[in-house]
Ligand binder design. Structure first.
Ligand SMILES: Nc1ncnc2c1ncn2[C@@H]1O[C@H](COP(=O)(O)OP(=O)(O)OP(=O)(O)O)[C@@H](O)[C@H]1O
Ligand SMILES: [Mg+2]
Length: 316
């Protein structure tokens, strides 16, 4: 299948002072085929949201390339780049804080249509908003409701309708169900999967929840402190995790067995500092396999099997 989006050595550093840079995204190479889902996992602060935001242009990249439909977006003039903005959208974690509480459902869903001058006549706009509400399973009786009058699941449906309004091709789903309770999570996940099938959407699905990411993704990328440490097809990653960090992450999934004490491998030690990090594997200080080679130079991602790549000196 054809590739829709690709990043090459993408970096996003936040400048904290004259000499201090926080390496939020530090040399990420990824590619997602049209109609497929890349899951992105990793602990809080590892740069998942920054990666997604940089890819769709909400953050300015520090360096690297972002290829979309055969164009390197970072080389385009601002006006040409703008034309791609509507093709790339984001669904946020917390639908309550991402929606303006003073706007009604109609105003919220109409906003992207109005600001992109999609319709000339008011009637067309009303029809389009109703169509989008139907698409995301939101009853028409909510058209004049405000965010605080709806539950979390319905608020997230409004967020999804806004993301869909301009017929995007690529959507970054940034923890879209983390703030919802379990039964509503399943409804929203099913909605996202149905929409993908119907409209051929391509997703980058960011989450802490490994069971959700396994269910949603074709391929999974594991991030640690701004870098990708492992990438593999979803089933392969769960069957055969290679990087010590991925292993620890998967081992940490709780599997309740009544009467049995949790005997899990826990990741010990502190996450190292993302500000001006030293060369070498960022996980080295917490890794029980750490050897001198790990801290001498950066450890690149290497292909070990078909589509399975890992950045670790244990694999030659
Ligand atoms: N605007 C900013 N200015 C400075 N630092 C930032 C900014 N945005 C993010 N960061 C830092 O970049 C790093 C990555 O943050 P990011 O929000 O991308 O992580 P995340 O993996 O999405 O975390 P979470 O799972 O908690 O959402 C963090 O150290 C964060 O503090
Ligand atoms: Mg985040």
């Amino acid at each position: 299948m054809a590739e829709l989006i690709k990043t090459v050595d993408l970096k996003k550093y936040f400048k904290l002072s004259k000499t201090e840079y926080l390496h939020a995204v530090d040399g990420v190479n990824l590619s997602i085929e049209k109609g497929r889902t890349l899951g992105v996992v990793g602990e809080s602060g590892c740069g998942k949201s920054t990666l997604g935001r940089t890819m769709i242009g909400l953050n300015n990249a520090t360096s690297g390339e972002i290829w979309f439909e055969g164009e390197d977006l970072l080389k385009l003039s601002p006006s040409r780049r703008k034309a791609y903005r509507s093709k790339m959208q984001i669904i946020f974690q917390d639908p309550y804080s991402s929606l303006d509480p003073r706007m009604s459902v109609f105003q919220l869903i109409a906003e992207p249509l109005i600001s992109n001058k999609v319709h000339k006549a008011k009637g067309e706009l009303v029809d389009h908003v109703s169509y989008l509400m139907e698409k995301v399973g939101l009853d028409q009786r909510f058209i004049n409701a405000y965010p605080h009058e709806m539950d979390g699941g319905r608020r997230q449906r409004v967020g999804i309708a806004r993301a869909l309004a301009l017929n995007p091709e690529f959507i970054v789903c940034d923890e879209p169900v983390s703030a919802l309770d379990v039964s509503i999570q399943a409804q929203i996940i099913n909605l996202l999967m149905d929409m993908q099938e119907e409209m051929g959407l391509t997703y980058m699905f960011i989450t802490h929840d490994l069971s959700v990411v396994r269910h949603m993704s074709d391929e999974i990328m594991v991030m640690y402190l701004g870098q990708c440490v492992e990438k593999a097809p979803a089933a392969e990653l769960f069957r055969n995790p290679l990087h010590p960090y991925t292993k620890a992450l998967l081992a940490a999934i709780p599997q309740p067995v009544i009467g049995e004490k949790m005997n899990k491998e826990i990741i010990r030690g502190e996450v190292s500092d993302p500000i001006n990090p030293a060369p070498g594997c960022r996980f080295a200080s917490r890794c029980k396999h750490c050897c001198p080679q790990c801290t001498q130079a950066d450890v690149p991602l290497k292909k070990v099997e078909n589509a399975h790549e890992v950045a670790c000196v244990l694999y030659k």
